[in-house]
Design a protein. Sequence first.
Length: 296
Amino acid sequence: MGGPITVRVPATTANLGPGFDSIAMALSLWMTVGATPADRWSVVYEDEAMQGLPTDDTNLIVQTIGRVVRRAGKKDIPCTLRVTSDIPLGKGLGSSAAAIAAGIEIADRLHELQLKRKEKMWFGASIEGHADNVTAAIAGGVTVSFYDGSSLEVLAFDAPDIGGVVLVPPVMMKTGDSRGLLPAQLDHKKATEGSAASSLMAAALATGDWPLVGRMMDRDIFHEPYRKDRFPDFDKIREASHKHGAYGMTLSGAGPSLFLAVPAGREDEIARTLETAFPYYKAIAVRPVVEGSSGN
């Protein structure tokens, strides 16, 4: 208890189109946080892109640790946190969920709380405000979640045998700003179509039918139609992605990155092709990962 520890958390892509605020998948980009007991809280970011984030006890990781520790009735152990990450910040790839999951894991290990996975997910969802990214960050693989603020239900599936391409623009977008683009209400018929697409996609995920998953990724009506105009060449990229064999393409979370599900082994090739065709975006080849948040 109180010794140095290191935790690692994957990036996540959420929604996969119609699975709005409920479906997410862990990806092979990582945040690593080392925690060493110290006289006071401080956070050191090793990556230039994260300079400017809070480095004192207002930091999201530190705040999360404190919330878990207080709930457990334990005495706080201040630490120096050293953070490295290849998860693009503010680009719809779960950077805040990774920070929250890291804080939960650090609190659990530093104070020997022996939290169950469901308890970690509950903390994460209550802090994040929705369950999709943070449950996948904690469990790895694919998660399908229900969260209404008072109850949480999650099914976790193994990482699928597919590839992925993330197209990352140079701009950041706050989730709150992106949510502001959504309508307050949906027509009942349209909402029924969206629910059917989400349900069928979840069933296809569970059975490994990725051609069907991809078709449903293209059928979202909950958020994509209201957000996609903010992202250059969205429809052209979708057309090109299908031409080059992608199963489907959609916004990653609230954006601004785009996520493509592609056949396993073709992610590097398709990433190069799309980055050449659409140089506004940086293309990153990824794979789904089975590992969620972990530490030693």
